[in-house]
Write a protein that binds this ligand. Structure first.
Ligand code: NCD
Length: 478
């Protein structure tokens, strides 16, 4: 009898892990941390364990990195494993125009686990679809950076901070920082309160804000009774114990209890200049003066690093600064993740999701290549000319409180306004279209191939469809 192969598991989003699994990773990481401390590791590369002695980790980095790549590689070496790396796209076959799918299919034969970093949103998810070994997202565009979040949560946990009642301020480029996007989902899932302090025009992306409220049950609590100068209402995301459905589009309420609560941690991020066309914009600086406000008296100061000038160097000696400790946890946390994904622990494992991901419960719509709607996020991997020849545009069809919409499976941004066109039903059909997604959501799964989604009525009309009511001419089904 052949032994059943354990299912391959990929970690692309922090939401691919359950809260229980995150706890399991931390328990294992805690064990490694102790082992490393016992061996007085910090000043020498020692191999704390032979656990991964038969395995190879490939780091495939298409974007600059210091901490993430080196801490993954250090983690693998300390597990007794080996590493191979491709850290410069200019000297890899990407420079010759090789697709991500081909690269990853090949690397799957060279390594037992792959960590990938890429400038495009959704690249890690696309790579994982073509991998035969576990893929870990080391940061994909502005989308997510789940292993940084694991380090962040582990750091807070090490300070004996209980996430459930924490109040965490997040500062800077909340739009472009992938670390922030993974972090806020996790904070909401563990029941923390989030206090956004964005640089002007760098608020959380609309789809992240919406998910916090709709999927992770955060309600909005107004910070001020009057809207700010920009007309926006400054508000906190407070995660209620019970789903609080009323708050989604209602005015934020005032909750003096949560407003008065002091800040437990300030998470600072740099301006992600590589994701913006303007290279210089007004940006908040976190320094001793900022942290002098009484509400920050006990706030831990965190930063995923690298810092540029948004976090004053004079804070390095402040007792509240924990960013270097946060970076040091990259090794034990990644040792735990790698060893769990490789099934190297007898008593601990991650669940085995079919397909390698914790799939959301939404119906999936795959657009035939070369027709219909494309993801509207220009930085989505599916919009990359090298990938768009084979990567279908895939969307989850979401019937949410805020109406129906599509969510790109790869970059997870939303598209609200679409037109559903229908064709090829029976021998002859009317090629017709309807605004919205209801025709699609009502159709049984086997009929989905009769539909194509367009961005607008004009695009549907240009593709030969006519409005449903107008009695379009019959066409032969192809
Ligand atoms: C972050 C990243 O690459 O997203 N760095 C990291 O991995 N610690 C943060 C950043 O670059 O600003």
């Amino acid at each position: 009898m052949t032994k059943a192969q354990p299912l391959t598991r990929h970690i692309i989003s922090i939401n691919d892990l359950t809260n229980k699994e995150i706890e399991t990773i931390f328990e294992v990481a805690q064990g490694f941390l102790k082992e490393l401390a016992d061996e007085h590791i910090p000043y020498r590369i020692a191999r704390s364990s032979g656990l991964a002695s038969k395995s190879i980790l490939a780091s495939l980095f298409y974007e600059p990195s210091t901490r993430t790549r080196l801490s993954f590689e250090s983690a693998m070496l300390r597990l007794g494993g080996a590493t191979i790396t491709s850290a410069d796209p200019a000297v890899s076959s990407a420079a010759k125009g090789e697709s991500l799918a081909d690269t990853i299919r090949v690397i799957s034969n060279y390594a037992d686990i792959v960590v990938i970093r890429h400038p495009r949103d959704g690249a890690a998810r696309l790579a994982a679809e073509y991998a035969q070994v576990p893929v870990i997202n080391g940061g994909d565009g502005a989308h997510e950076h789940p292993t940084q979040t694991l380090c962040d949560l582990f750091t807070l946990r090490s300070k004996n901070k209980n996430l459930r009642n924490m109040k965490v301020a997040i500062s800077g480029d909340l739009k472009g920082s992938r670390t922030i996007h993974s972090f806020v989902y996790a904070l909401a899932r563990f029941g923390a309160t989030i206090d956004p302090l964005p640089a002007p025009g760098m608020e959380l992306p609309a789809h992240v804000d919406r998910r916090l409220r709709e999927e992770f049950h955060s309600r909005m609590v107004s910070k001020d009774s009057a809207p700010s100068e920009s007309g926006r209402i400054d508000a906190l995301y407070v995660t209620a114990d019970q789903p609080h459905q009323l708050s989604l589009y209602a005015e934020p309420e005032i909750d003096y209890g949560v407003l008065q609560k002091k800040i437990d941690a300030v998470y600072v991020t740099r301006f992600q200049k590589e994701r913006w066309t303007e290279k210089d914009r007004p940006y908040p600086k976190i320094d001793a003066k900022f942290l002098g406000e009484p509400k920050y008296a006990e706030a831990s100061v965190m930063h995923p690093l690298p810092r540029v000038n948004e976090l004053d160097a004079s804070l390095d000696s402040d007792r509240r600064a924990i960013y270097f400790q946060q970076a040091s946890y990259g090794v034990p946390v990644r040792m735990a993740l790698i060893s769990l994904l490789l099934h190297l622990h007898k008593n601990n494992s991650l669940h085995k999701f079919a397909g390698g991901f914790a799939k959301p419960n939404y119906p999936l719509y795959a657009q035939p290549i070369g027709t219909g709607i494309a993801c509207t996020n220009p930085n989505c991997i599916t919009c990359d000319p090298a990938e768009s020849q084979y990567a279908a545009h895939k969307f989850y069809v979401i019937d949410g409180q805020a109406g129906q919409r599509l969510r790109c499976v790869y970059c997870e941004s939303d598209i609200d306004e679409v037109v559903t066109a229908r064709f090829a039903v029976g021998d002859t059909v009317r090629k017709t279209f309807l605004p919205g997604l209801s025709a699609l959501t009502r159709a049984p799964a086997e009929r989905l191939r009769h539909f194509v989604i367009h961005r607008s009525e004009a695009e549907a009309a240009a593709a030969g469809f006519a409005p449903r009511e107008s009695g379009a001419g019959k066409v032969r089904a192809g």
